[in-house]
Design a protein around this ligand. Sequence first.
Ligand SMILES: Nc1ncnc2c1ncn2[C@@H]1O[C@H](COP(=O)(O)OP(=O)(O)OP(=O)(O)O)[C@@H](O)[C@H]1O
Length: 220
Amino acid sequence: MIKLQNVEKVYRTSSIETLALNNINLDVKKGEFVSIMGPSGCGKSTLLNIIGLLDAPSKGQIEIDGTPVERYTDKHLAELRNRKLGFIFQSFHLINDLSVVDNVEIPLLYRNTSAKQRRELARNALEKVGLSNRMKHFPKQLSGGQKQRVAIARAIVGNPEIILADEPTGNLDSAMGNEILGILQKLNSDGATIVMVTHDEAMAKKTDRLIRLFDGTQVS
Ligand SMILES: Nc1ncnc2c1ncn2[C@@H]1O[C@H](COP(=O)(O)OP(=O)(O)OP(=O)(O)O)[C@@H](O)[C@H]1O
């Protein structure tokens, strides 16, 4: 589904060069739940951003469904990101001035979806994460776990095939973290492919495959 071949990422500033990813080869198969672990600064977020087409590698190749991404136009890539990928971040990234349901509808604003359809899809997504009773609330009225559930609803509202989660439980206590993992596992058993960065070994062990990075290199 997503294949990385000999991927390298170098960050250059005027004074230093950082090799953030070194010769990464990875093939994420449809329906897999993959976790990425490793110490701070080892390149986990960089790898997730490259898998999610948010950042380009310095060297190497990425294929989506067998097609190298350089064959896509910028417009097509933006459409791929919007339709195929859903993102979840550690710090939720909700818009505080928008209600829960309006936050969840955001990815649909870039599509040709009527207001009525948007509301319907957002309600369905919020039902999947058990928050349909909080549609009119605002983010500041929610607990951390609830905010992350809103962020998950926003990630899945457009029915993406792949969910990319960057430490989705990093800001949550273990009970809430387990709840979020349970939601991700349910989405995975319903067909979503998931790649998750985590610092939590116990959570990583519950996924299909664990990739360990050290200093930008894949060590297992
Ligand atoms: N925009 C950037 N410019 C320069 N260097 C960067 C940039 N982004 C990341 N880096 C460097 O690349 C390396 C990998 O960073 P990355 O954020 O991918 O690590 P991480 O494993 O996700 O870390 P953490 O667990 O602390 O979030 C680090 O050494 C970091 O300092």
